[in-house]
Design a protein around this ligand. Sequence first.
Ligand SMILES: *Cc1c(COP(=O)(O)O)cnc(C)c1O
Length: 241
Amino acid sequence: MTQNFSTDEDLSFLKDNLQEVLESIQNAAVKASRSPDSIRLMAVTKTVKPLYINYMLSNGVGLIGENKVQELLSKVEFFNKPVPEMHIIGHLQSNKVRKIIDTVDMIQSVDSISLAKEISRQAVLHEKSMDILLEVNIGSEDAKTGLDIRDLNETAFAVSEMEGINLKGLMCVPPMSDSESETRGYFEKTRRLYDELSSALKGKCEFSVLSMGMSGDYVHAIAEGANLVRVGSALFGARRY
Ligand SMILES: *Cc1c(COP(=O)(O)O)cnc(C)c1O
């Protein structure tokens, strides 16, 4: 990541991108007979320099997502104040939990009971409670992180009993596909799991977050019920690693 703090850079492309994304979210919501206000936009900021992130923060985006603990921690001090709501969305190793327990507002990528246990342990130690989502490997892809669908129920029930954790819903990254109907099928399936779990866990936890949809498919995710979309390259341009 290069950190360029010059302020004479032309940032107008960011304004155009943001406007376009907000308009598509609005249109997708209206088309699905949903209120645009019920859908949250997360700016996914991996590899993005703080100057660009701050542009989004000062233009109404209040939620950012990072994949890596180290990268997030190295950027936090450069963010505009007040500090935005920050979520971890990438695979998280248990030994990194303590580094971010006081920094992030939600961990969306919980994919094992052992990770949840460590989050619970650290949350209790730090006298707080952490919001989490369970990440589902909805396409059952070998190369992807996320819970196997068959383990979802058992994991959700176990996690819902853990101290210091608020289980708020599900997150998924469906398989890459050029087929709209296939992509929508994965989103619909996740939505169904979300609804089923939400009623099964009634009284134990309150589901409110269905995180799905990225730059290439957030419009379809909204059509299938997503209420948090995670958008990176459509806001910031293609990533340069
Ligand atoms: C990178 C990433 C995104 C955003 O991807 P874009 O295609 O750039 O919008 C969303 N969710 C997760 C989990 C990611 O790793």
